[in-house]
Design a protein around this ligand. Structure first.
Ligand SMILES: Nc1nc2c(ncn2[C@@H]2O[C@H](COP(=O)(O)OP(=O)(O)OP(=O)(O)O)[C@@H](O)[C@H]2O)c(=O)[nH]1
Ligand SMILES: [Mg+2]
Length: 317
């Protein structure tokens, strides 16, 4: 590993540690209260632990799995001290996460067998789609990739301007039309432009706000269909962005989107400044679709490739 890589990895870890600070403080303070004055992990401690996990946005389904695992350990070992609970939780959550599809990668990566690799970014309004696209473009460019952005959120003039700001900041080309124009037409132009420029990756922004959910899903389907006229297996990735700070709402959105349209990867944003970071554990466990990226701040460097081992390590440090 080069010296640069080592420094970068340490910085990544520090950003993650800092981003998860609130979630960790909140979780361990609740856990501390749950075991206060108790030396043994018993039925009551497990009940309280269940409440702590649920109220930390891990989600009911995943919480039940974690509690079951710990119950098995309690049954196996005759005496389990509350002083060991932290270590046990860490081990059981790590074991549970190891079984998920999420978080195997450690670095930003664009597959080279698809050129251009087409990423369509979806999600409800305000979750961090445009910001995530800007941060991704920055990372891909840093890897030496040729990136094109497509402003297919034509619902608001400000949405196009915001993507333009990111395109300028990262210094990558953007394809756009006027506000109110057909998003599918912008997506078509974007993919076509990427092909002409021999780009490695094209990232398409879409609107999250439409008159209703059915309209939104229909439009996303149309955007997909139209870009297939240029690259027949596009989009190669449909990235659903979820706002981690909304906790259980993020869960709900993931459920609704994955039921209505094909989603192939997830990004969970705004993990900094929230106590709901546990939602990443639940989302990784409950969905077959991998969590690929996490947002840990508003800055250009504040998007990380989600790695479950690093995440658990940071959470229980
Ligand atoms: N703290 C923090 N803020 C974030 C993060 N990601 C995005 N944001 C902020 O969230 C707000 C909304 O982000 P956008 O990228 O505009 O979200 P969007 O999904 O494109 O929103 P619409 O275009 O309105 O649908 C902005 O103020 C971003 O700076 C993150 O990881 N951490
Ligand atoms: Mg946007």
């Amino acid at each position: 590993m080069s010296l640069f890589k080592k420094i970068f990895t340490r910085e990544k870890k520090e950003t993650l540690d800092k981003g998860l600070e609130k979630s960790k403080n909140d979780f361990f303070s609740k856990l501390g209260k749950a075991v206060a004055g108790k030396s043994k992990v018993d039925e009551e401690v497990l009940d309280d632990l269940e409440d702590v996990l649920v109220s930390s946005d891990v989600g009911v389904g995943t919480t039940v799995k974690i509690i079951n695992r710990i119950e098995e350990r309690v049954a196996r070992d005759r005496f389990l001290g509350t002083d060991e609970l932290n270590k046990i939780l860490r081990e059981e959550i790590a074991a549970l996460m190891a079984e998920t599809n999420s978080g195997e990668a450690t670095e930003f990566y664009v597959p080279t067998d698809k050129k251009p690799y087409v990423i369509m970014v979806v999600g409800v309004n305000g979750v961090g789609k445009t910001t995530t696209i800007g941060k991704l473009a920055y990372q891909f460019k840093k890897e030496g990739k040729k990136v094109v952005l497509g402003a297919a959120d034509t619902f608001r003039a400000a949405a196009i301007e915001q993507l333009q700001v990111w395109a300028d900041r990262v210094d990558v080309p953007i394809v756009k039309q006027r506000m109110g124009s057909d998003p599918a037409s912008v997506a078509f132009d974007s993919v076509q432009s990427a092909v002409k420029q021999d780009a490695d990756v094209v990232i398409i922004d879409t609107a999250g706000r439409l008159h209703n959910k059915v309209n939104l899903m229909n439009e996303l389907t149309k955007v997909k269909r139209v870009m297939q006229k240029v690259v027949d297996d596009a989009p190669h990735e449909v990235l659903l962005v979820l706002d981690g700070s909304t906790g259980q709402n993020a869960f709900e959105q993931a459920k609704q989107f994955t039921a209505a349209t094909e989603v192939t990867s997830l990004a969970v944003t705004k993990l900094d400044g929230t106590a709901k970071g546990g939602v990443v554990i639940g989302i990784s466990d409950q969905f077959q679709i991998p969590v690929k990226y996490i947002g840990v701040g508003e800055g250009i460097e504040d998007l990380q490739v989600f790695n479950k081992y690093e995440f658990v390590d940071s959470f229980f440090k």
